[in-house]
Design a protein around this ligand. Structure first.
Ligand code: ADP
Ligand code: MG
Length: 696
C-alpha cells in the first residue's frame, strides 16, 4: 500500500488540486462561488472543466457523469464519454463548462410524487461546487443537484443545501449580536456512524428474500444469538479484516475520512465511523461509503447488508448522526466557551436546539421513518419512536439551576447567573453514556440516534437544520434591538428551558414506563411509518419549510406522496417475495417431509409390530402446521390483492401495515415453527445459524 497520506484524496479534484491545476484568477473565482455561493460565469466554468478533464484523463478516465441523489434513496449516474469527433475520422477528448455545470437527464423514471407532469419528462442536474468532483470506476463524477424543469427539487441534496443556507443566515444574526464580525458563514457538521452486516455471498444468493428485500422474511432463531455479548469489539475475523482494509483504502482515495472500525453487538455486525465534515459533504460521503461497502464486500465473496433489520431477534442496524454547528472560522458553537460571554452564547445555541427538537419532534420522527426502520424504533434495541433528549448529568444540573434559580451544585459550586460565571468545561467522557436516548448531547455535539442504517442522512439533517434555523431566527427577532443584551439573553434562556424541558429525559428510553410518562408530557409517539407520514403535512410543518425556503408546498406534497408510495411498494415486494418462497420452496419441502414420513409409516404397518409414536407425532405436527401454512398463505395472498384497489395513498399505506404486514408476520410464525421440525435435508434455505456464522 502507498503511504496513506499520499493515497488520501488521490481520486478527488480537491482544493489543493484546483490550486495547482487552475490559473490563479480562475481559482479565486471558483473559491468565491464555493464559499459565498456567487454565480459562476461560463468562461470560468470552461477553464475549470478543461482542467478537470486533463486531470482525470491523466488518471485513466474516459467518461464523466453528473452524480445525483434522486428520491430513490440511492445515487444515480449516467456516463458520457469525453470523445468528440474531428476531421479525418479522429476524435479529441472534450469537456465544456456547459457540460460541467448542467446536465439534462430524462427525469421521467425517477420518483417525483406528481411534481413532474409526464409531458415534461426532462429534469436537469446542476453542479454543486461545494462538493468536490471525484473519480469512481474510471469515470469523473460531478456531484449535482437534481431538479425538475420548473426548478422543483427532485432530490435529497437540493433541500439539504437550502437548509444549510437557512441555518447559516439565522445563526449569523445571533453571532452578530454577540459581536462576532468575522464569521461569514455558519455550517452544520455531521459524522455519521454506519452499522452493517457482512455475510457469506453464497448464503446471500441462496436466500431470495435477502436478494429481493434486503432482509430475511422468515428464519427460526439460532441456538446462539448475541446473548454472550462476545462479538462487540471482538477481534476481527481475517476475511472481515481484509474487507475493512480495502474499504478504508478506497474511501481514503475518495477523500473520505474513514476513522473507526469495529465489530458491533450482533454476530456478523460491524460499524464504520468517519471523522465529521460539513453536512453536505458528509451526506455525499455516506452515500459513497454505502455503495463501496457493497461493492468491496462482493469482491471478497461477502454480501454487505445495509437493511435496518436483516434478522428478526438479532439487533438491527442504525446510523448515528453526530451533529453540530460551527462557524466558517472553525468555532464549534456547541462547545461550552472559556468566558462568561461565550457561555451565554453556548447556552443560547444549546437551548435553541432543545426548543427545535421539542417543537418539531414529529418532523424529526418522520424524517427517519421507513418500512425498514419500523422494525427498530420502539423495539427495545433502538431508541423508541418517541423523540426525547439527554444532556448528561452536568449540563442537566446547570439547566435545572437556571430553571429554578437555585445555585448550581455540580462539580464546581457557582451561582448560575448567565453572563457572570464561567461554566465548567465538560470533559466528553463524563457526559453521555445513555445509549437509549434518541437525541443525546455528547460534549460538543448532539447525536441523533434514530436513523436507520440504510437511510440517506439528508432528510433528518434538513429537518434539524431548518428547525434550529427557525428557533434561532425567532431568538434573533427577540434580541435584536435589546437594550440589556446579556440580561435579555439570560431571560430568554431561562424561559426556553422552562417551556421545553419536557423533551429532556434522563431515564431508560427502552422502559415501558417511559411511554406512559411521555404521553403525560404530551410528547408525540408516532409508532409506525404510516402514522408518522399521516402527521407530515400539518400547517405548522409547511410553514416552517416554506418560510425558510427549504421546500415549497408543492415539493412537500410530492415528497409525502413519494414516501407513502415507497412504503406501500416495499411491503408489497416483501409480501410477494414471501408468497413466492413459500409456494416454491417451503410447501414442497413440507410435502416431501410428510411424504417420507407417511411412506415409512406405511411400510412399518405392512410388517407390523413397530412403535410408530415418533413418526406419528412428527406427521401429526407437520400436517397441522402444513394446514396452518396453507391458511395463512391464502390469507396473505388475499390481502395483497385486496389492498391494491385502495386509491388514497394514506389509506393504502395504513392497509399495507395493518393487513399485509400483519398477514406476513402470521405466516412467518408458521414457517419458523416448521423450520424447527422439518429435517435439515428437506429445508431448502440456509438457516439463521448458517448465515450469521458464515464468515470465519
Ligand atoms: P462515540 O460516539 O463512539 O463516542 P465520538 O464521540 O468520538 O465517538 O465520535 C462519533 C462521531 O462524531 C465521529 O464521526 C466524530 O467525527 C463525530 N463528531 C465529533 N465532533 C463532531 C462535531 N463537532 N460535529 C459533528 N460530528 C462530530
Ligand atoms: Mg457515537
Amino acid at each position: 500500500m502507498k503511504d496513506v497520506s499520499e493515497l488520501f484524496g488521490s481520486l478527488v479534484f480537491s482544493d489543493s488540486v484546483m490550486r495547482t491545476h487552475l490559473p490563479k484568477d480562475i481559482y479565486k473565482a471558483l473559491k468565491k462561488t464555493i464559499e459565498q455561493g456567487t454565480h459562476l460565469e461560463l468562461d470560468v466554468a470552461n477553464v475549470v472543466a478543461a482542467a478537470m478533464k486533463d486531470w482525470a484523463i491523466e488518471r485513466g478516465v474516459t467518461h464523466f457523469t453528473h452524480w445525483f441523489q434522486p428520491m430513490t434513496g440511492i445515487t444515480a449516474e449516467k456516463h458520457d464519454s469525453f470523445i468528440s469527433p474531428v476531421d479525418g475520422g479522429k476524435i479529441i477528448m472534450e469537456f465544456s463548462g456547459k457540460e460541467l455545470v448542467r446536465g439534462e437527464p430524462d427525469a421521467s423514471s425517477f420518483p417525483s410524487g406528481g411534481l413532474r407532469a409526464t409531458f415534461e419528462a426532462r429534469g436537469y442536474t446542476a453542479w454543486d461546487p461545494t462538493s468536490y468532483a471525484f473519480i469512481k470506476d474510471g469515470t469523473l463524477c460531478i456531484p449535482t443537484a437534481f431538479c425538475s424543469y420548473s426548478g422543483e427539487a427532485l432530490d435529497k441534496k437540493t433541500p439539504l443545501l437550502r437548509s444549510m443556507q437557512a441555518i447559516s443566515a439565522a445563526a449569523l444574526r445571533i453571532l452578530r449580536l454577540f459581536d462576532n464580525k468575522d464569521a461569514k458563514r455558519v455550517l452544520t457538521t455531521v459524522g455519521p456512524e454506519q452499522e452493517y452486516f457482512l455475510i457469506d455471498k453464497k448464503y446471500y444468493l441462496a436466500r431470495p428474500d435477502l436478494v429481493y428485500t434486503g432482509r430475511t422474511l422468515f428464519g427460526a432463531r439460532p441456538p446462539k444469538g448475541q446473548e454472550l455479548e462476545d462479538h462487540y469489539f471482538g477481534a476481527l475475523k481475517p476475511r472481515v479484516s481484509a474487507f475493512m482494509k480495502e474499504l478504508d483504502e478506497e474511501l481514503w482515495k475518495l477523500g473520505i475520512l474513514a476513522k473507526t472500525k469495529h465489530n458491533e453487538v450482533a454476530p456478523a455486525q460491524h460499524e464504520l465511523a468517519p471523522i465529521f465534515s460539513t453536512t453536505n459533504i458528509a451526506a455525499d460521503h455516506n452515500q459513497l461509503t454505502m455503495e463501496l461497502m457493497k461493492k468491496i464486500a462482493d469482491k471478497h465473496g461477502l454480501a454487505c447488508l445495509l437493511h435496518e433489520k436483516p434478522f428478526a431477534g438479532i439487533n438491527g442496524s442504525g446510523k448515528h448522526n453526530n451533529w453540530s454547528i460551527s462557524t466558517d472560522t472553525g468555532t464549534n458553537l456547541l462547545d461550552p466557551g472559556e468566558t462568561p460571554y461565550d457561555n451565554a452564547q453556548f447556552l443560547l445555541f444549546l437551548v435553541a436546539v432543545i426548543r427545535a427538537v421539542d417543537d418539531y419532534q414529529d418532523l424529526l420522527r418522520i424524517s427517519v421513518a421507513s418500512a425498514g426502520n419500523d422494525h427498530r424504533l420502539g423495539a427495545n434495541e433502538a431508541p423508541p419512536a418517541i423523540v426525547s433528549m439527554f444532556l448528561g448529568e452536568e449540563l442537566n444540573d446547570i439547566l435545572e439551576a437556571i430553571d429554578t434559580g437555585a445555585s448550581y451544585v455540580g462539580h464546581e459550586k457557582v451561582q448560575m447567573a448567565i453572563g457572570a460565571t464561567v461554566l465548567p468545561h465538560f470533559p466528553k467522557d463524563t457526559t453521555d453514556r445513555n445509549r437509549t436516548s434518541p437525541f443525546a448531547f455528547t460534549g460538543n455535539k448532539f447525536e441523533f440516534r434514530m436513523l436507520g442504517s440504510n437511510l440517506s442522512i439528508a432528510e433528518p439533517n434538513v429537518v434539524l437544520n431548518t428547525a434550529v434555523a427557525e428557533v434561532l431566527s425567532r431568538f434573533a427577532d427577540a434580541l435584536e434591538g435589546s437594550k440589556d443584551f446579556i440580561g435579555d439573553v439570560a431571560k430568554l434562556i431561562k424561559k426556553t428551558i422552562g417551556e421545553h424541558k419536557r423533551i429532556i429525559f434522563n431515564g431508560n428510553g427502552y422502559d415501558d414506563s417511559w411511554v406512559v410518562e411521555a404521553e403525560k408530557r404530551g410528547l408525540s409517539n408516532l409508532k409506525t411509518t404510516p402514522a408518522a407520514l399521516g402527521a407530515f403535512l400539518t400547517e405548522r410543518n409547511i410553514k416552517l419549510f416554506t418560510k425558510h425556503g427549504v421546500y415549497t408546498e408543492k415539493e412537500l406534497e410530492s415528497r409525502h406522496e413519494i414516501y407513502l408510495e415507497s412504503y406501500a411498494k416495499t411491503i408489497n415486494i416483501e409480501a410477494l417475495a414471501l408468497i413466492d418462497i413459500v409456494n416454491q420452496s417451503i410447501v414442497p419441502a413440507v410435502i416431501d417431509y410428510q411424504n417420507d414420513l407417511s411412506e415409512l409409516l406405511l411400510r412399518k404397518s405392512k410388517v407390523g409390530g413397530y412403535d410408530n409414536s415418533l413418526e406419528d407425532s412428527l406427521l401429526a405436527n407437520t400436517s397441522r402446521l402444513g394446514a396452518s401454512l396453507a391458511k395463512k398463505l391464502a390469507a396473505l395472498e388475499a390481502e395483497t390483492i385486496a389492498v391494491r384497489g385502495i386509491e388514497d395513498s394514506i389509506e393504502a399505506a395504513d392497509a399495507y401495515r395493518e393487513r399485509v404486514f400483519a398477514a406476513m408476520s402470521e405466516l412467518r410464525l408458521v414457517v419458523d415453527e416448521l423450520e424447527l421440525i422439518v429435517g435439515k435435508k428437506y429445508w431448502p434455505l440456509p438457516t439463521y445459524g448458517e448465515i450469521l456464522y458464515s464468515v470465519i
